[in-house]
Ligand binder design. Structure first.
Ligand code: SF4
Length: 357
């Protein structure tokens, strides 16, 4: 008997977001996210990291997944339902309970003049988790999950708590609704190095409760936190697979450069290597071929004129002409399907560099 297809929590299919960028008097289309695809299983929890430098499109992608901005093209399904077609009521009640966000700056999350517990009660009441008088129990549960208690938090203002404690409270607030998915956008970048690993460890502990999309430019925490990682470059996912493959033995030249930069012990050489990997201006014209062609040490003639295909190679997908021969002629549907959680990207009619608009 054939196994039933795996139920999906999230399906991102060829998702794109095009902004208009003003240059002098003219505005031109700019594809911040261009034809990105992946999925998360509803049957097992995982941490998927979207990693890339500033301008790679990872935050725009996260904002689309959270329903904060609409996509320009592609599909975004949550539990099989098209997120862009939800009614306002469904978005407010069902979707926002299921998908919660943790943002970068815990200091900006809380008004310095409000006691922090007021945010927790507000969330419990607004999302109809409990009435005000009965909200202590779900709030206590959420705080306990992040290593805090209501007793420690009650009556305190943000200035009386550390950045690490505030970020834990922000995470507890997201947990109150019992979400199936947390989307955490650079959640440790504003914290001291000593607190970062504590929060990353917390995410690993919380994986027992729901899946997490972790957005970061920090490959070290990505390596530690993730089950899978997607490396983003100028709107594309250029490498996607299990973290031990993608960061342990990267194949894409961009991933290799990023990884070599973090392994460099000398900070000034690390900066040089990063500069070699990152485009000088993420909004510079994208050209017609590979978006890494001007910085790639292995660039070939074909890289300037043809968009690279997604190729299955050594247990991950990699978007690069170097691997074309490995899964037949470029990426095959069969090859894509062999990686759990990869929904595949449309190769036919290679995407317009500026994306749909
Ligand atoms: Fe380098 Fe070509 Fe691969 Fe792009 S497609 S990463 S330019 S080898």
């Amino acid at each position: 008997m054939e196994a039933a297809p795996e139920e999906k929590l999230l399906e991102v299919e060829g998702l794109s977001k095009v902004f208009r960028v003003r240059r002098g008097l003219v505005s031109t289309p700019f594809a911040a996210v261009d034809g990105v695809s992946f999925s998360l299983s509803a049957e097992r929890h995982e941490i998927l990291t979207l990693a890339g430098e500033s301008g790679s499109g990872k935050t725009t992608l996260a904002r689309m997944i959270l329903g904060l901005i609409p996509p320009t093209g592609g599909r975004l399904l949550f539990r099989g339902r098209d997120v862009t077609r939800l009614s306002d009521a469904e978005r407010r009640t069902w979707f926002r309970r299921e998908v919660q966000a943790v943002f970068q700056d815990p200091y900006a999350t809380f008004n310095p003049l409000r006691r922090v517990e007021s945010y927790l009660y507000e969330t419990a009441v607004n999302f109809q988790v409990a009435r005000r008088a009965e909200a202590d129990e779900p709030i206590e549960r959420a705080l306990n999950a992040v290593g805090l208690s209501l007793k420690e938090v009650r009556g305190r203002y943000p200035s009386e708590l550390s950045g690490g404690q505030l970020q834990r409270i922000a995470i507890a607030r997201a947990l109150i609704t019992g979400p199936s998915l947390l989307v955490a956008d650079e959640p440790v970048s504003m914290l001291d190095a000593s607190l970062r690993m504590a929060i990353v460890n917390l995410f690993r502990e919380l994986k027992g409760r729901q899946s997490l999309i972790y957005i970061t430019h920090d490959l070290a925490t990505a390596y530690y936190a993730s089950d899978r990682v997607a490396i983003m470059l100028r709107g594309w996912i250029v490498e996607l697979g299990p973290v031990e493959k993608v960061l342990g033995n990267p194949l894409h030249p961009y991933t290799r450069l990023l990884r070599s930069a973090i392994l460099e012990p000398d900070p000034s050489r690390r900066r040089e290597r990063m500069a070699a990997a990152v485009p000088p201006d993420a909004r510079e014209p994208l050209g017609v071929g590979c978006r890494f062609v001007h910085r790639c040490p292995l660039a070939m003639e074909i890289c300037r004129r043809a968009v690279p295909p997604d190729v299955l190679s050594d247990g991950r997908l990699v978007r690069c002409h170097l691997y074309r021969g490995e899964a037949g002629d470029g990426r095959s549907e069969q090859g894509a399907a062999a990686i759990p959680g990869w929904a595949g990207q449309p190769e036919a009619g290679a995407p317009d560099p500026t994306g749909p608009h």
